[in-house]
Design a protein around this ligand. Sequence first.
Ligand SMILES: [Zn+2]
Ligand SMILES: [Zn+2]
Length: 253
Amino acid sequence: MLFDTHAHLGDPRFAEDLCSVLGRAEQSCVGLILTIGTSLPDSAESLAIAKGRLNIYASAGIHPHEASSASAEALSGIRGLAANEKLKAIGEIGLDYHYDFSPRERQREAFAAQLEMAKELDLPVVLHIREAHGEALQILKGQKRPIAGVVHCYSGSIESAREYMAMGLHISFTGSVTFKNAQKLAAVAKEIPLDRLLVETDSPYMAPVPLRGKRNEPANVALVARFLAELKAMPFEELAEITTANARGLFSI
Ligand SMILES: [Zn+2]
Ligand SMILES: [Zn+2]
């Protein structure tokens, strides 16, 4: 059984046919999905989707792209959502210096505030770090006590990955690891120890080969897992079971 640890089921692109999308996930042995929030309204939507469904859980957080919206009210709204038992993580939070959709200072503030919140609530974090690994590592190392979580859609070096793992964090890969021009990333993925590995789709984004460019959906996490199993020269079922157990442990599901 597979666990898609990162999907945006609240995305408008799933509004029309979410039931069919979830049906296809089930047929592909995707037994668990964590649907991820990116803003206060999106996190509320994500939680609403998880609430009515046994095998779906939610995270709540303000994405670095949305950091400009991380007012005190928005942050306390996120905290309010976290009281629900289907809410299993704070995220996605972090730094994105590739797009810089929010000013970096605002990104750092929103990231710090939500790390603090996760620690207070004793929840793991889903980290979105793009072209900011040095700074993110510095911020994480500055935490008084270690925080559980995952660096999602990993895109950094093996050295940075080792530093995240030394802090106890997990590393997760999307379809981007399957891209033809991502050999460097595949080489990094090959080195990640099995007990730290998670798989995800980041649906509707990041569709794996051979679906690159199409709308992605949780069923396709099987393609990511199959790619990683081949990379690590191990049976697909074994990689599926291990990554699912890792995710269940991390998110207490
Ligand atoms: Zn992300
Ligand atoms: Zn995402």
